[in-house]
Design a protein around this ligand. Structure first.
Ligand code: CTP
Ligand code: MG
Length: 234
């Protein structure tokens, strides 16, 4: 099977509250979107014949995309994303229709995740190589978890964290399964915050591959300093 990359980069970055969407902010001299794509560069290695292409979902009238290194790469194409992250990923999957086979692999990696370590990417690719469905990088939960009523402050219980994981990206699924699962989940109005949740709702069991907790998603301003530090240690 061949391998395709999808980078959802059509978000507005509301929680970041910056002048431009966070994926176009500069970090260590590069745009965050470029760092995120280049963190997947093992898939771009010229000797990797499996890599078929990369699709970046951007918002309509995005004036920043043309300033990225990625937009100059002839193996990278852009499509218009959608209202929610899942809509953007589905738009990219739709663009692959007719090119990708049902058993081809699709790797989805957030444009806002510049700190993916190459070891994690390689472990994901190796461990899922023969899997029928696919899976995701995830990190064990380390804090003690409390449950309240929605919006409440009274602690109702402490949740056992031994079976809980924080979902990260990249997430890696068979093209046919992922496209079908995302379509049905969105049509049913189910909440889809990552690829795995759609695949789960379709009745499959995504495989968890343990990843580094420092593969953070830039979400709020303080994450920029954190990401700078993480990258300084790679
Ligand atoms: N994303 C996307 N299309 C959307 C929404 C999000 O492609 N309609 C992308 C973002 O660009 C980001 C990734 O999905 O790379 C993760 O989403 P998130 O961190 O929530 O980014 P934003 O939606 O941009 O931020 P916020 O929720 O704070 O507005
Ligand atoms: Mg969002």
């Amino acid at each position: 099977p061949r391998l395709w990359l999808i980078i959802p980069a059509a978000g507005a970055g509301k929680r970041m509250n910056s002048a431009r969407p966070k994926q176009y902010l500069s970090l260590r001299g590069s745009l965050i979107l470029d760092l995120a794509i280049e963190s997947m560069s093992d898939c771009f290695a010229s000797d990797n014949t499996a890599l078929a292409g990369c699709i970046v979902a951007i918002s309509v009238d995005d004036p920043w995309w043309c300033d990225t290194r990625a937009s100059q790469n002839d193996r990278v194409t852009s499509v218009t994303g959608g209202q929610e992250r899942a809509d953007s990923v589905l738009a990219a999957l739709d663009a692959l229709d007719g090119q990708a086979g049902p058993d081809d692999w699709v790797l989805v990696h957030d444009a806002a995740r510049p700190c993916l370590h190459p070891d994690d990417l390689n472990r994901l690719l190796t461990e899922l190589k023969d899997h029928q469905v696919g899976g995701l990088l995830a990190a064990p939960v380390t804090d003690t978890l409390k449950k309240t009523a929605a919006g409440g402050q009274d602690v109702l219980e402490t949740v056992d964290r031994s079976q809980l994981w924080r979902a990260l990206t990249p997430q890696m699924f068979r093209f046919g399964i992922l496209r079908c699962a995302l379509k049905s989940a969105l049509a049913a109005g189910l909440p889809v915050t990552d690829e795995a949740s759609a695949v789960e709702q379709a009745g499959y069991f995504p495989c968890i591959v343990e990843g580094r907790p420092d593969n953070i998603k830039i979400t709020v301003p303080a994450d920029l300093a954190l990401a700078d530090f993480v990258l300084s240690r790679f």
